[in-house]
Design a protein around this ligand. Structure first.
Ligand code: DC
Length: 215
């Protein structure tokens, strides 16, 4: 398991817990691909809105899903998503309309099945550090490298505000944790890190120490 090319590091946690920053840095340290699975759900949500489909109208969302071609690639060791020929930008994926609707779209089992297949395909080609809500519990349940990055609701709200981003995180957390399909849970064998009073570097250090101890 010392071969980086086969490492699968699963990092889950609630919105704005810092997991994305940590996952990106851990991937960089290990020299493997950083995959944000949330961006995949965001990209498809953007596409739903772009096509004037009502996110609560499941049949229409599924109709669109059927005809949508995703290309999940990578650029400089970070995942990218192209939908029907359009490479999505971070700004599009992090827009407020997307923030408000992504949890509804991500609760649809058929959407999850399609994107989970894309997520697993990444790991067939190289080692990955993948962050999301169900990476340790559903996408890669067999990896011994599972982390759950948490932070208090107050700290998470402050972090988003400091980034100047309006984000309905309390509402998203509620939907993400209570949905039937792959809700946000802490995998039994995950290392839990409460990042509320830690710097990103401290969290990265702890995750890397644990990875080295386990491999
Ligand atoms: O990590 P993020 O905030 O960019 O994720 C956006 C939304 O996507 C989040 O509110 C729930 C959903 N999501 C999910 O259901 N499963 C994942 N593995 C990743 C994200």
């Amino acid at each position: 398991m010392n071969d980086e090319s086969t490492k699968i590091v699963a990092i889950d946690g609630p919105a704005a817990s810092g997991k994305s920053t940590v996952a990106r840095q851990v991937a960089q340290e290990l020299g493997i691909v950083f995959v944000s699975s949330g961006e995949m759900y965001r990209a498809f949500t953007w596409w739903v809105l772009e096509n004037d489909v009502d996110p609560t109208d499941k049949n229409s969302v599924l109709e669109l899903l059927k005809s949508t071609k995703f290309i999940c690639g990578k650029s400089e060791n970070k995942s990218t998503i192209t939908i029907d020929g359009k490479l999505l930008t971070r700004a599009e994926m992090a827009s407020e309309p997307v923030n408000q609707n992504v949890s509804v779209i991500a609760a649809i089992p058929e959407v999850r099945a399609r994107l989970v297949a894309e997520q697993r395909a990444y790991a067939e080609k190289s080692g990955v550090v993948m962050e999301g809500r169900d990476i340790g519990s559903v996408v890669f349940p067999d990896t011994p490298l599972k982390f759950y990055i948490d932070a208090s609701p107050e700290v998470r709200q402050q972090r988003r505000a400091a980034e100047g981003i309006e984000d309905s995180i309390a509402n998203r957390d509620k939907i993400d944790s209570n949905r039937k399909a792959s809700p946000l849970v802490i995998p039994e064998d995950a290392v839990v890190v409460d990042s509320s009073y830690m710097t990103a570097e401290e969290v990265v250090g702890e995750v890397l120490r644990e990875i080295r101890a386990r491999t």
